[in-house]
Design a protein around this ligand. Sequence first.
Ligand code: SAM
Length: 237
Amino acid sequence: MRIDIVTIFPEFFDVLDISLLGKARQTGIIDLGVHDLRDHAHDRHRTVDDTPYGGGAGMVMKPEPWGEALDGILEGGPGDPGDPGDPGDPLVIFPSPAGDVFTQAMARELANEQHLVFGCGRYEGIDQRVFDDTAVRARVRLVSIGDYVLNGGEVATMAMIEAIGRLIPGVVGNPESLVQESHEDGLLEYPSYTKPAEWRGRAVPPVLLSGNHGAIAAWRREQQLERTARVRPDLLA
Ligand code: SAM
């Protein structure tokens, strides 16, 4: 999968060199490009923001640097940027608290894409015309990672890349471990234990030491249902 990120803080994404995603980059499973939006601001101060039309607090990201940055990525990347309806086209994601809420189901869907582009907003966000203009050449989605407001789209992009990236075949060593996780079957995961069997007077539930696979599976299912009902009753509904 090709992933491009546009940001005013490219160094934010240095962490993508480490851990499983770093390895996926080394082996070529993920091909990452991080682009500094300020390279597309041509005044002396490399300005990317301006005051909002209509007044109001804060600054808005200017359309020109965004237009130029995205033109370069969409023209240079895989897929045909001429037809935004083609599923082979790049999918441009703008993290936004006003977008569709990111879920495990969305991560699974996005893990099948060939080319994702993330546009990280800052300040009060990006001039609306950037979304409209990009939608002519690519598929565009505004995506929120939750009902709260961050300072910028970088943390949201990192969260999405980590969730999507680990679902790409070959990124996580044992694919079985992906199936047994919270949200994969609509429930939260059961509690996990490892050695020693007793620690600080706390014993591992005896069923897990029993070797009875049927009983272990039944216990885990029961724990999933109990935990989900207690912590996230909305998921059961
Ligand atoms: N004025 C915007 C609003 O009220 O919708 C919020 C702008 S926020 C301070 C700056 C940037 O942070 C946004 O453009 C977006 O990229 C990112 N951001 C903030 N909260 C987010 C969230 N919950 N999910 C995804 N991105 C978020």
